[in-house]
Write a protein that binds this ligand. Structure first.
Ligand SMILES: [Zn+2]
Length: 286
């Protein structure tokens, strides 16, 4: 009798495991089908055939996303990846040894290795040799201290101080130009980002003159500018102006969770702004 119960129990357990596994498989197939039917994925395949490198140079292993998940997504969408590791004050990587340990952990995967330098202090925190082990380095101007000494992180509303919109914009543009002039970066990312409070006035606040200052600094310092798919920036008019000046572009997502997306805004801008394969940034190594 006991044996029969054990037997029945193990059959039930076995059956439910099979059901569970097949459910998992079904879910995976649905996600794959969704990606295969995504018109952006089809456009990416066309662009690659036409000679474009489709690379998301600003991916993060965040929100539980593993390198394996990222590579699977890469296979399904045709997008290659640059995986960026955040380094600077308040981040897990704060010195040469943590920077190198992180590099060693991931260097053998088929992705570009990127260092995302944080805050303005990073320049003195890491040695040149160790920075140079990465395929490229980028930063943004989302963390800075204003003339009144207030350190701001522009994506956190409580840490943003706008006494006067034009004065804020002028300070922001000066910061971006300063970053491009003084920091050894290949890419400038989250470009033209404005805090929530100013975003509705993006077009009015990013005047021709302000755009031109940023573009001139990018040209003078040979720095590429990111077209960011998450924030949908910079605007098409900025991109057209920058292209005319000879600026190179990178495409990037800056994901904070498992959703890497498919670079939709950047892919759209290729068509809207007539970007060609040689308008895009390429890391000097690899
Ligand atoms: Zn990032």
């Amino acid at each position: 009798m006991k044996k029969t119960i054990v037997l029945i129990a193990s059959i039930i357990i076995g059956l439910s495991t099979v059901a569970c596994n097949s459910k998992k498989k079904e879910a995976k197939t649905e996600a794959q089908t969704e990606k295969a039917q995504n018109p952006v994925v089809a456009r990416i395949a066309e662009l690659k055939k036409a000679g474009y490198d489709i690379v998301d140079y600003h991916g993060h292993l965040k929100g539980g996303l593993t390198m394996e998940d990222l590579l699977e997504h890469s296979k399904e969408t045709g997008i290659d990846y640059g995986v960026a590791f955040n380094a600077g004050v308040g981040f897990p990587i704060t010195n040469d040894s943590t920077l190198l340990a992180n590099y060693e952990q991931y260097k053998d995967y088929p992705v570009y290795m990127a260092m995302q330098a944080e805050g303005r202090e990073w320049v003195t925190m890491f040695s040149k040799e160790n920075i140079a082990t990465f395929d490229y380095v980028f930063t943004d101007a989302m963390t800075w201290t204003d003339k009144k000494g207030r350190r701001m992180r522009l994506w956190i509303p409580e840490e943003v101080f706008v006494d006067d919109k034009d004065d804020f914009m002028d300070q922001l543009v000066d910061k971006i130009v300063g970053v491009m002039k003084n920091e050894p970066i290949d890419l400038y990312v989250n470009s033209t980002y404005l805090p929530d409070i100013l975003q509705p006035e993006y077009d009015a606040l990013w005047t021709d003159e302000r755009m031109q200052k940023v573009i001139d600094a990018a040209v003078a310092n040979d720095i590429a500018i990111e077209i960011n798919a998450r924030y949908k920036i910079p605007s098409a008019s900025f991109i057209k102006k920058a292209k005319a000046a000879g600026v190179k572009f990178s495409m990037g997502t800056n994901n904070t969770d498992k959703n890497l997306g498919t670079l939709d805004y950047a892919i759209e801008m290729i068509d809207v702004c007539g970007l060609e394969p040689n308008d895009f940034f390429k890391p000097s190594k690899k």
